[in-house]
Design a protein around this ligand. Structure first.
Ligand code: ATP
Ligand code: MG
Ligand code: MG
Ligand code: MG
Length: 474
């Protein structure tokens, strides 16, 4: 029971509906009215103004299965894909929300009851973190719920370590935030990793499944934390992580959705080793790319569109690595629609546009990919030391349409770094040349845009040369 991802999605929503929550549809991946956010990265985004007391709904409890993309901005997991068992660029976040209704006690009880009674997870496999000074949460977990003190872990703010647990959740640099309490599942001692709060926590043995945020503050741009009008609750559980547990597998990439996407990718490209890491990367990337286009983002040289372009190009490069000779990426869309169930309704309606945009982008990049890879390969083969120079990175970017992160992705496979500072210098020189010629600007997302003959204006015109002419400078 409740094994497939689709069954889990409906079991979760039903559980919270039965507990007085309004089931609300997922919002778009493009946040409406929030220029501070690149993509929707959590279930609470669509309720931000409700938490802030600036918007009112007809309900005070809600539940959603929210599509999220974490491939830029404050939460960026693009570089984790292919390297951890638990990170995707696109995932669905199951969540329950209280807008000034219940607070810590009920939030904790709902989560624990769903996991241990509805899903029947073994309690001894679960451990719980709380914010270091949150004695109230500690007492609720140990006294009301009965979690053994040895399974409780106090965690503070992390000071920017990429993986380290951080029990103070914030959506971005400003906005609603608060201390949180997270539930981890122990996949067993045959897997490397340590409990949260230990140096080995970035392994994949103890996997965070659910974050319960006690939304109490509104962080201002100057860092000041103003109390929210009413203490509220925001929770998020990655459906792929809980599906892995329920399906008795360790990695998210082994669950029903990914098994089918990986099998289809292997069939299209003609790969027999289903464990190949590139298959996982492609299966991950088709989800973010297809859903982003379905939500109205188009590949382009700036802002959101450039992030999308970078993900597509990474997927195409991994396909090339597997031996793909023709456009393959867009052919995964029908399988994606069939494995995503109800979550694919919007994608189904836009299928033709999505496929056409993906195919156009892939074909455009394919024209320079091969030649760029020859240049890159040559540079790597003759490399002294373990850092690729900035001029080569820039040439690949400027002439062959290789976003810097794509070059870095290739280099990482060979344990080589890219000289980002050297790249910046080469880029700055280009910028001043362009500035002198009067065709340079910057968009609100802090990307430089250097206008060229082939600036992008919609997928129907994707026939020009694939100059990549924008760059993240943040
Ligand atoms: P992690 O520490 O594993 O990176 P997180 O603390 O960044 O996760 P939250 O911001 O707390 O994640 O998001 C709530 C939940 O969403 C997580 O507990 C996890 O189940 C899920 N989740 C977060 N990021 C991802 C991702 N990139 N891919 C899949 N699921 C994710
Ligand atoms: Mg994270
Ligand atoms: Mg975490
Ligand atoms: Mg978390």
């Amino acid at each position: 029971m409740f094994q497939t991802t689709a069954e889990l999605r409906s079991a979760f929503l039903k559980y919270f509906e039965d507990n007085g929550h309004q089931v609300v549809d997922s919002s778009s991946l493009v946040p409406t009215n929030d220029p501070t956010l690149l993509f929707t990265n959590a279930g609470m985004n669509q309720f931000k103004d409700v938490f802030l007391g600036m918007d009112k709904r007809s309900y005070t409890r809600a539940t959603t299965s929210q599509r999220c993309v974490r491939a830029g901005g404050k939460h960026n997991d693009l570089d984790n894909v292919g390297y951890t068992a638990r990170h995707h660029t696109f995932f669905e976040m199951l969540g329950n929300f209280s807008f000034g209704d219940y607070f810590k006690e009920d939030a904790i009880r709902f989560a624990w009851t769903f996991l241990t009674e509805t899903l029947k997870l073994p309690k001894e496999r679960l451990c719980v973190t709380i914010y270091e000074t949150d004695d109230e949460a500690y007492d609720l977990w140990t006294q009301k719920i009965g979690v053994a003190p040895e399974n409780m872990i106090r965690i503070g703010d992390n000071k920017g370590a990429p993986f380290a647990s951080d029990n103070f959740w914030q959506m971005g640099d400003t906005g609603p935030c608060g201390p949180c309490s997270e539930i981890f599942y122990d996949h067993g001692d045959h897997i490397w990793g340590g409990r949260p709060g230990t140096p080995e926590e970035d392994g994949d043995r103890f996997i965070e499944i659910w974050n319960i945020v006690f939304m109490q503050y509104n962080r201002q741009a100057d860092g000041e934390m103003l109390p929210l009008p009413k203490p509220s609750v925001d929770t998020g559980m990655g459906i792929e992580r809980i599906a892995a547990i329920m399906q008795g597998v360790h990695s998210n990439y082994e669950i029903d959705i990914f098994k089918q996407l990986i099998a289809k990718t292997a069939e299209i490209i003609g790969v027999s080793d289903l464990e190949n890491k590139s298959l996982r990367v492609i299966a991950d990337h088709i989800r973010s790319c297809a859903f982003l286009i379905a939500d109205g983002v188009m590949p382009s040289n700036e802002g959101r569109g450039y992030v999308l372009r970078r993900i597509i190009r990474r997927a195409v490069r991994h396909g090339n690595k597997l031996g793909a000779t023709d456009a393959f990426f867009y052919k995964l869309v029908p399988t994606l629609i069939s494995v995503m169930g109800d979550a694919a309704n919007g994608l189904k309606q836009t299928q033709a546009i999505v496929e056409k945009a993906l195919k156009a982008e892939e074909e455009q990049f394919a024209r320079t990919l091969e030649r760029g890879l020859v240049i890159l390969d040559g540079a790597l083969n003759s490399l002294q030391g373990n850092t690729l120079d900035g001029d080569t990175v820039f040439k690949l970017y400027d002439t062959y349409g290789f976003p810097v992160d794509l070059t870095a992705d290739v280099c990482r496979e060979r344990d080589i770094n890219v000289d980002e500072a050297g790249f910046e210098v080469a880029m700055a020189e280009q910028r001043s040349r362009a500035q002198a010629a009067g065709n340079f600007g910057a968009d609100y997302n802090n990307h430089l845009i250097i206008d060229a003959e082939t600036s992008f204006s919609g997928y129907t015109e994707l026939t020009g040369q694939p100059n990549v002419i924008a760059l993240y400078v943040d």
